[in-house]
Design a protein around this ligand. Structure first.
Ligand SMILES: *Cc1c(COP(=O)(O)O)cnc(C)c1O
Length: 431
């Protein structure tokens, strides 16, 4: 029984006249699932409603930012209260100090931070800082990690033995891409060989310590520890891109979760409470190179925007409460366990992989996947499940490579209901 899509379809056909592909960010276009995008008109707690009044339990949560769910009262109130005094000044406000204090007091490995307006901007700026600070040009990137869409990082592994990257988007000059060295995840030998080959040319190694933009490619801790050690030995900055994992698996992200200190870190998503905020941070001596103190230029008209800062402060205040992350992880485990037990019982080759409150649907359930190329590119299973879940009232991001998120608003009761719906949807697609 297909859901009603009349209003979403008519909005989408108009949108196609206005925007490339009808959207302002590609994955929203539903290219890899059935049907056209649902236009959302309202969110509350863990629920969303589309323009045809279909109601869904939302596991996309705006792709991660909404760790408290939609319209958490404290975030809502703080935003409205702040907005009453104006929306932007282009001058410092006390709210920037407050958000910085919240973050820096709980992050021992960074001394200073700079706010920007997106994850992409944070990574792009931090990369410039890494190059400016080290006076070296090359960067190591790992295949399967996403770091936003700045030129240096829209790069795939090249063919053959060389690790020089090839641009993965038209418009990125090959010469830029060649400054990026692309390595497989979870492979210490490949890392050592690359560092040996490009000795003294590598500014930093950027990684999602919890790669969660191309499946959930959980790394062995031994690999992350080796990466830390090899970077230290070779004067390479270790750059944790925690745009998705920061404030998600622990307040101080994967660095806290694994107990590994990066030299540079970027945040985004959760940091802005649903408004556009990104940030990069490092120790004093590195941040001293950022303008106006230093000669690495970086600026932004809307950087540190007071309304966005207010949303971030309200959200991170909740996240900083004792037991917040333990509770998130426990509710997620309790949600997933019966679904995985059901899949195993029925012999479906399916397993939900998770860490903290991030989860991913693995359609090769008997296999632990740590590298990008280990994912089966045939996403037919996901496509069918996505439709079967929409029909039952569950909204997942429309791509099998994307992860799902459990928020504070997903109560144990809701999650229990969602687990039953997931099992029914699995039965429907496997039978
Ligand atoms: C989402 C994401 C980005 C890009 O952030 P935007 O705000 O979409 O520009 C960069 N790095 C990682 C790890 C992300 O998850």
């Amino acid at each position: 029984m297909a859901i009603k899509r009349t209003n979403s379809e008519s909005l989408f056909s108009k949108a196609k006249n206005y925007f490339p592909g009808g959207v302002n960010s590609p994955v929203r276009a539903f290219k890899s699932v059935d049907g056209s995008p649902l236009f959302i008109k309202k969110g509350d707690g863990c629920m969303i409603w589309d323009e045809d009044d279909n109601q869904f339990i939302d596991f996309c949560c705006s792709w991660g930012p909404l760790i408290l769910g939609h319209n958490h009262p404290n975030v809502y109130n703080k935003v409205v209260e702040t907005l009453q005094n104006g929306s932007s000044f282009g001058a410092p406000t006390r709210l920037e100090n407050e958000l910085a204090e919240l973050i820096l007091q709980r992050n021992p490995f960074i001394d200073k931070i700079r706010f920007v307006s997106s994850g992409t901007e944070a990574v792009m700026s931090a990369l410039r800082l890494a190059r400016g600070y080290t006076e070296k040009d090359k960067v190591i990137k790992f295949d399967g990690c996403y770091h936003g869409h700045s030129d240096s990082l829209l790069v795939n592994a090249g063919s053959g033995l060389v690790t020089l990257g090839e641009s993965s988007s038209a418009g990125v000059p090959a010469s830029f891409a060649h400054e990026t060295l692309v390595l497989p995840l979870n492979d210490i030998e490949a890392l050592k060989a690359c560092v040996e080959a490009y000795k003294d040319q590598i500014a930093c190694a950027i990684i999602e310590p919890i790669p969660a933009n191309n499946g959930l490619l959980l790394q062995e801790k031994t690999f992350l520890l080796a990466l830390r050690e090899i970077c230290t030995e070779n004067n390479i900055l270790l750059f944790f891109d925690e745009v998705i994992s920061g404030f998600r698996v622990a307040f101080a992200g994967a660095a806290e979760y694994y107990g590994i200190e990066p030299d540079l870190v970027t945040y985004g998503k959760i940091i802005g409470g649903g408004l556009p905020v990104g940030a990069y941070g490092a120790k004093k001596e590195i941040m001293a190179r950022v303008s106006p103190d230093g000669n690495v230029y970086q600026a932004g008209t809307l950087s540190g925007n007071p309304v966005a800062m207010a949303a971030g402060i309200a959200q991170l205040t909740e996240c900083a409460k004792p037991g917040f992350y333990e509770d998130q992880a426990q509710r997620t485990i309790d949600f997933i366990a019966p679904i995985n037990a059901h899949a195993k019982d029925k012999g479906y080759d399916f397993e939900i992989v998770s860490i903290g409150s991030i989860f991913w649907l693995n359609f090769a359930g008997n296999k632990t996947i740590r590298k990008a190329q280990e994912i089966n590119p045939d996403m037919t299973g996901f496509r069918h499940l996505h439709s079967a879940l929409l029909e039952r009232g569950i909204y997942l991001g429309p791509s099998g490579y994307e992860v799902g998120f459990v928020s504070l608003a997903h109560t144990p009761e809701i999650l229990q209901k969602a687990a039953i719906m997931m099992c029914e949807a699995l039965d429907a697609i496997y039978q």
